[in-house]
Design a protein around this ligand. Structure first.
Ligand code: 4AD
Ligand code: MG
Length: 427
């Protein structure tokens, strides 16, 4: 089975530490696989070429034992990862107890309970290598384009995305909430730096048990001063295309390890198809969904809409009542806001949500009142509309849903090292 490789130089003396993940002894020959880092290399041992103690160690070594080996590298296209090491020495650092995860099939509940050990498995390593490439591509995109990274706080006094999904905590006798989004803190920073982004964990007490929802997920959010809605859509197209193409290039081997068909991913280039919310509702009605103008578009509806295209789909101009309080109204229809969601192909749902923001002080005050939000908690946020107010826009991309789409893995729980799920916080 294909695994991530370790770079080995032909004919070189090599010393490596790692963990044994496979062992087969036939007579006086032994074949082992060593996990060195994310990558794996095959070891070949012949009894007569090894000190007696090293051969004894190979015989007694158990799976997931940590070891130190020495040998000669040999590039060999027939080896599963393109190279092998001919052993000259084999030392056990720690003899592992019987490892609970075996190559046989395990149920998902068992694997999730052993997530700290499951991380070592072949596909799990590939998923997280892909996640790492995605995160790096995000930082590189913003760095190249002159954005300043702003680290938003995690403990906050107010809601950003509605009060129904807040995790509440005690802050020295006051109420505080785990951040749902760094956006409110980016908007003031945009007045200082113009183009900013944040990247961090965000929290939603979502009582929904779906394959797309986590209680704790990572979000990247750009916010740009003087950027209007149309330019925001262009930024989302360029950003998403860049990060997908970069991951396809840099994580090509990991994508092969998980046998991901990347045909559709390769088509991620600007421009993306666009429809308005109103058009989306018409399409959904024609497909037989019991949905009316004003209803939110849910997961199944998103999947149905994304089936029409191989590229990410942009839906714009949502009804104001299904979106957050800070969104700029559509000048042509005050019941709508200048919001956009980007729906991933292949049924992975909404991966980006964003909008132009309200920059008029009175209108923002009115919206905070209409939504029954506590005005005191937002005074500082209103300040941005008092001191050199400016049009601005931004969006947020969910890392786990994006990794799920890139890897083709069904459930977001495998796209983050330690998922936080409904009623589950172990390990
Ligand atoms: O659409 P959302 O709620 O947008 C915001 O939070 C804005 N404040 C962002 C902004 O404009 N700066 O969330 C953005 C994205 C979603 O499109 C989705 O990819 C992801 O975050 N997301 C989740 N991912 C996993 N589990 C959840 N419970 C998620 N909720 C949102
Ligand atoms: Mg959203």
């Amino acid at each position: 089975m294909k695994d991530l490789p370790v770079v080995i130089e032909d004919g070189q003396e090599i010393e490596l530490e790692g963990w044994i993940i496979h062992k087969r002894i036939s007579g006086k020959l032994a074949f082992l696989d060593l996990r060195v880092g994310p990558g794996v290399v095959q070891l070949v041992a012949s009894k007569k070429e090894l000190p007696a103690e090293a051969w004894q160690n190979i015989k007694k070594v158990t799976l997931e034992s940590s070891v130190k080996i020495g040998g000669i590298g040999k590039v060999d296209s027939r080896a599963p990862t393109g190279a092998e090491i001919h052993l000259k020495d084999f030392e056990i650092i720690h003899l592992s107890e019987e490892f609970p995860i075996t190559p046989k099939e395990h149920g998902i509940a068992f694997l999730m309970e052993h997530r700290h050990l499951w991380l070592r498995s072949r596909k799990q390593r590939a998923y997280l290598v892909i996640r790492n490439e995605l995160e790096q591509s995000i930082h590189d995109f913003f760095y190249k384009n002159g954005f300043i990274r702003i680290d938003s706080p995690i403990l906050t006094p107010a809601a950003c995305e509605g009060t129904s999904t807040l995790f509440e905590t005690d802050y020295f006798g006051e109420k505080a909430y785990l951040s749902q989004s760094g956006q409110l803190y980016l908007e003031p920073a945009a007045a200082a730096f113009r183009k900013v982004y944040c990247f961090g964990p965000t929290f939603r007490a979502e009582k929904s048990k779906t394959r797309r929802h986590l209680m704790e997920f990572w979000m990247v959010e750009p916010e740009v001063a003087f950027m209007k809605f149309e330019e925001l859509i262009k930024l989302a197209e360029e950003f998403l295309s860049y990060i997908i193409q970069r991951v396809l290039e840099k994580a090509a081997i990991a994508l092969e390890v998980i046998e991901r068909d990347t045909t559709i991913l390769e088509k991620t280039t600007p421009p993306f198809p666009r429809i308005t919310y109103t058009e989306a509702i018409e399409t959904l009605k024609n497909k037989g969904f019991p949905i009316e103008w004003g209803d939110d578009i849910g997961g199944d509806e998103e999947t149905a809409l994304s089936q029409e295209t191989d590229k990410p789909l942009i839906i714009t101009h949502y009804p104001k009542k299904v979106k957050a309080f800070y969104m700029q109204p559509n000048p042509d229809n005050p019941e709508e806001v200048l919001a956009m969601d980007v729906i991933a192909p292949e049924g992975y749902g909404e991966i980006i949500g964003g909008s132009e923001r309200i920059n008029d002080l009175d209108l923002l005050k009115k919206r905070i009142e209409e939504e029954n939000l506590p005005r005191e908690a937002f005074e500082w946020y209103l300040d941005i509309r008092k001191f050199g107010s400016f049009p601005h826009s931004g969006f947020g991309l969910g890392i786990e849903r994006t990794v799920a789409w890139i890897t083709g893995v069904k459930h977001v729980r495998e796209t983050i090292p330690y998922p936080r799920m409904l009623y589950k916080i172990y390990p």
